[in-house]
Design a protein around this ligand. Structure first.
Ligand code: ADP
Length: 592
């Protein structure tokens, strides 16, 4: 789990003629660079700007860590993920680098003071910092005195309003960069459509950047979508999915806290050790769950999507989404937490039309009229001091989606937001009453926001509801063309036979069911059992207790019948004649 594997030795002189591969081996103990790393590192060390677009788990951190350890001066790393910063700075320090500093809101004022003093005294080589720090004058002064030679911006898609995780804090980075004397800048992201990539380059004003771009394909991930009639059908589908224990450990992403609890209970009831994980649980419970999951003591976690951010558990075998996420970016980032170790893993999305409808409803509800925008502004103004500084709670804002309303006003330049402390909004208004210019700009921003959210929903729906190759659909969205591959290693849309390497063998499942029912039932009953039916007569016969029960719960009736008929057609099974035909194993063929 450590980012740095080998003991880091102290720096040698003469980096100009450095053999990078030797340094990689010496400092990190790695044999060779992964795709994209060398281009990014060489570019950074030669003073160029770099845009690195590499998938999660591909080794982006090394692209700034190695230059930081090899080059002169200070490397400043901006990252919104505190767990990741902690992990990395601790690993580097443990490796003997006491010139690594971190500054984040979880530190006490005293700790921040010590770190700042060390930075100002030139005793830091690598400084990790959360983006909201740039609103602190004290920090800007300290960092201004350090000799920042390289700026690394992790999760750079947060800069783009086209990104799925736009953060106003990131907009300051362009100014910060200038303040620091425009050092060579390395922007890194795992999710960037061509549009986001262009946005990052222009927002930061990168000069002819080196593009370190690897493909987005994760060949070991099998992609599947299970269509479910409604919410009530999901538990059965999930249990059938995880019954195959090769799919554990698993993360089940649920949209709501209550669902996390219910799903964890379902799993526990079925003999899978599972726990919920969401922000409503006490911190010590969350920590315990996380640690148990990392240690392999829990087989599954039913979590809200914050779970997994910056957490390095390499052997997650499946990531299940209980509901459709609102964008392909979000989906691939979360699903990509499966199989980081490179071994086969499955990404499963449970799809219902109602879930998609709910997202559409929320998008529509976030729409504001000009009059509504004006009343939001008026509310902020009513809570502002004479200099325009306001602080309000979310529930005070007269809009269905307060975040969108305030963000749109900020985009339009009508206000500046301060970093959020504990919910609510605080910031400064540009003017006491919303001007015509700002209100028009806000309406344009609103329209763009809406269009963007619809486009994303349409794209993820094409992935989930379409009948083409899912891999091609998903990667195509990110501007990638995946290599063709065998059906069974790609997605569940390649013919009716395609299935994940982890999935039960469908023919085996049917044969097992025939064996368990001792050749006494017909095609229809076999299908009901295999699909996990719970009709009264089925329960009375004890068919729900069979090993083969619900094995093919993810297939529809016609698909299961097709497998059975295939086995009859090729002579493995026989169907008896008569009024109530049953299906049996064919007698072994006589020799000779
Ligand atoms: P990302 O930020 O792209 O999600 P990380 O930087 O966290 O990925 O790297 C993922 C893992 O890969 C880490 O455990 C890291 O130590 C390891 N790693 C990075 N580069 C290499 C390499 N060249 N060879 C082997 N392992 C590497």
């Amino acid at each position: 789990m450590s980012v740095i594997r080998a003991t880091l030795t102290s720096m040698g002189a003469g980096t100009a003629t450095t053999d990078l591969s030797a340094e990689l081996q010496r400092l990190f103990g790695f044999e060779r660079f992964r795709p994209g790393q060398r281009e990014a590192i060489e570019g950074t060390l030669s003073g160029r700007d770099v845009l690195a677009i590499m998938p999660t788990g591909s080794g982006k951190s090394l692209c700034y860590q190695l230059p930081a350890l090899l080059g002169e001066g200070v490397t400043l790393v901006v990252s919104p993920l505190i767990a990741l910063m902690q992990d990395q700075s601790a690993a580097l320090r443990a490796g003997g680098h006491d010139d690594v500093e971190m500054i984040a809101s979880i530190m006490t004022g005293e700790q921040v003071g010590v770190a700042l003093a060390r930075i100002a005294a030139g005793r830091a080589r690598l400084v990790y910092v959360a983006p909201e720090r740039f609103s602190s004058r004290r920090f800007l002064d300290a960092i201004g005195q350090a000799n920042v030679d390289r700026l690394a911006i992790d999760e750079a898609h947060c800069l783009s309003e086209w990104g799925h995780d736009f953060r106003p804090d990131y907009l300051r980075l362009s100014d910060v960069r200038k303040r620091l004397g425009t050092p060579a800048t390395l922007a890194l992201t795992a999710t960037a459509t061509p549009r986001v990539a262009r946005d990052i380059v222009s927002a930061l004003e990168l000069r002819d950047p080196v593009m370190a771009r690897t493909g987005f394909d994760r060949p070991n991930l099998f992609l599947e979508v299970l269509h479910v009639a409604g919410e009530a059908g999901k538990p059965r589908m999930l249990l059938a999915h995880l019954k195959d224990r090769k799919r554990l450990p698993a993360v089940v992403y649920c949209g709501r806290r209550k669902t996390c609890e219910q799903v964890a209970a379902h799993l526990l009831g079925d003999g899978i050790s599972a726990a919920p994980y969401h922000a409503g649980l006490p911190a010590h419970e969350r920590t315990a769950t996380l640690q148990q999951f990392l240690a392999g003591e829990l087989e599954a976690v039913a979590a809200t999507t914050a779970f997994g951010m910056g957490i390095d558990k390499a052997d997650v075998r499946s990531v299940v989404h209980w509901t459709i996420p609102s964008s392909p970016e979000e989906y691939y980032q979360q699903a990509g937490r499966a199989g980081r170790d490179g071994a086969p893993a499955v990404c499963t999305l449970l799809y219902t039309a109602a879930d998609k409808g709910l997202i559409a409803y929320f998008i529509d509800r976030a729409k504001l009229t000009e009059a509504q925008l004006r009343s939001v502004h008026a509310l902020l103004a009513a809570n502002a001091d004479p200099s325009g500084v306001f602080r309000v709670s979310e529930s005070d804002v007269p809009a269905d989606d307060p975040r969108v309303a305030v963000a749109v006003l900020e985009r339009a330049g009508a206000l500046e937001l301060f970093p959020a402390r504990s919910g609510g909004f605080s910031g400064r208004l540009a003017e006491p009453a919303l001007s015509r210019r700002h209100s028009a700009a806000a309406m344009v921003a609103m329209k763009r926001q809406q269009n963007l959210r619809w486009d994303r929903l349409k794209a993820i729906d094409r992935y989930a509801a379409g009948d083409g190759c899912r891999r091609a659909a998903l990667l195509g969205y990110f501007g990638d063309t995946p290599e063709p591959r065998p059906d069974e290693l790609c997605c569940d849309n390649h013919g009716t036979r395609a299935r994940s390497p982890l999935q039960v063998d469908e023919r085996e499942a049917v044969l097992l069911c025939v064996e368990e029912t001792r050749g006494a039932v017909g095609r229809t009953r076999l299908t009901q059992i295999l699909r996990g039916g719970r009709a009264r007569d089925l329960l009375a016969a004890g068919h729900h207790k069979l090993e083969s029960h619900a094995r093919l719960a993810h297939r529809n009736e016609a698909q299961v019948l097709e497998v059975i008929d295939g086995l009859i057609a090729d002579g493995t099974l026989v169907k008896t004649d008569g009024r109530y035909p049953v299906v049996r194993r064919a007698p072994p063929a006589a020799d000779g």
